[in-house]
Structure formats: structure tokens, C-alpha cells
Design a protein around this ligand. Sequence first.
Ligand code: BV8
Length: 233
Amino acid sequence: MKIVVLTGAGISAESGLKTFRDSNGLWEGHRVEDVATPEAFARNPSLVQEFYNQRRRQLAEVEPNAAHAALARLEEHFGNDFLLVTQNVDDLHERAGSRHLLHLHGELLKKRCTACGVVSECRDDLQVSDRCAGCHKSGGMRPDIVWFGEMPYHLDSIQTRLEDADLFIAIGTSAVVHPAAAFFMTAALNGAHTIEMNLAGTDKSSLFHQLIEGPATETVPSMVERLIGGWCV
Ligand code: BV8
């Protein structure tokens, strides 16, 4: 059985990372337009860098939870028939043991040089004045994160896997941000069974075959045990 799982901020909520919607649409007190767009970075690079530095520092203080661990077990069982796509920029899936995952919106622990495009690891605070390890220019370093209005990563390979999937599961996402919000439709149109797992339903719930409500640390491990135990859609 070929499975695609899409995760959103809700899977990291019980690890202590704030989700976008739970803070009434503010991220650490900022409007999205002021911190998560290229225009915001051009307008006030230090504000944007500090917004991500704060989230990077917070990430170092938290741990993956049982839902992240369960998805790593699912990958181990299904191997290459399993693909994890995450909208999250944290590294909690990796720290729980997931290997074959695609970060649709980039990664908080990576930085990119706007002059030469070189991407490198970023575990400490990033300053506008930092030098690029590739071209040694300073003033052009940014988080390697996909902001609103920018092209998400890995869309071609994700599209191929969605068209081939037997089962698509969306976990902890409000299904507001595109193109991720429509991935389940692509899978369904190609014959996949679609399951939404969330604390509560979303405005897309009625379009999924199944909605499983509850906290991810409870619902995801039990779903994974059923799938590993041979449950077929
Ligand atoms: C693009 C990085 C095209 C930043 C992020 C079509 C229609 C409408 C709009 C658009 C469209 N196409 C494009 C757009 C514009 C835009 C968009 O979607 N706008 C929305 C707001 C309307 N999309 C884009 O700009 C995208 N780019 O389409 O480019 C293009 C084409 C050609 C050439 C160039 C470009 C890029 C979008 C990426 C933006 N960057 N992240 C950062 O993280 O700092 S998105 C950001 O918000 C997060 O990464 C995350 O993906 C998103 C928040 O969504 P969720 O993950 O779902 O989190 P949320 O808080 O919303 O929900 C949490 C859920 O968990 C809730 O439902 C809650 O109930 C649940 N939950 C909570 N606790 C638990 C739980 N569930 C289970 N257990 C729990 N314990």
C-alpha cells in the first residue's frame, strides 16, 4: 500500500511549538505579512531575522512527541512505499527518526545566500551581516524558508507521489495554506482513500473520506499500529 502523509503545525503543538492559528493568526505576536514574506524581509530584515532566531532558539528547547515517533515507525514498516511531506520548518520529524521526508516550506535550521544560492546549516542566530560560506559575501543571508508568495519546494515529486498513492493522511493542518491544502484532492482524484486527523474538523473535513478527531499524540500512534497490523483501505 502506497501512503503519503502531510503534516502541519498541529503535529508539533504537543511538543510545545505554537501553531499559526492557535495564536489568533499571530506568530509570536507578529502578523504574517510582517515576517513571512519576501517584502517583509526587504522592508525590515532584522525584524524577520529576529522572528526566526526566536523560533530557532525555541526549537532547541523542545522534543519530538509520540506522533512524530509513530510516523517514523510507519516509514520503517512501509519503506519506499511511504512518503512524509511536512509543511513544518522544525526538525522534530528528523529527530524522531523519519528519514524520507520532504520539507515543502523549507527548514528553520538551514540558511540560504541570496547572492549565490548556497544553502548551509543554521543552528545559531542568523544576522543580516553574516557571511556566506560559499561566496563569502555578507548582507545576503536569509532563512531557507518558503515565504508567502514564494514557490514551495519539491512540488514535482510530491505531485507524482500523490497521483500514485492508495492512502493520503493529513495530520494537524488547518488546510488553509496552498498548495498543500489541495494535496488531498489530487490524491482522491487518483483513487486514494483520504483521512484527516485533527483536534477538530476543518472547513475541508467534509471532502475527506474520513475525519479522526483528537490530539495527534493519541490518534496517530493508534492509526500507525492499525496500518502496521495490516489494516488496508
Ligand atoms: C505559492 C513558512 C505559488 C513560514 C509557510 C490558492 C488559494 C488561496 C491562496 C493561495 C493559493 N495559491 C497560493 C496562495 C497564496 C498563499 C496561501 O496559501 N495563502 C493562504 C494564507 C490563503 N500560498 C503561498 O504563497 C505559497 N506559495 O503558492 O506559490 C507560486 C507559483 C508560481 C511561482 C511562485 C509562487 C507558499 C506558502 C508557504 C508559506 N510559508 N511556512 C514559516 O513557517 O515561518 S506556511 C505556514 O503556515 C506554515 O508552514 C504552515 O504551513 C502554515 C500554517 O498551516 P498549518 O501547518 O496548517 O498550521 P495551522 O496553525 O494553520 O493549523 C494547525 C492545525 O493543527 C489546526 O487545524 C489545529 O486544529 C490542529 N491542531 C492543533 N493542535 C493539535 C492539532 N491537531 C492534532 N493534534 C493537536 N494536538
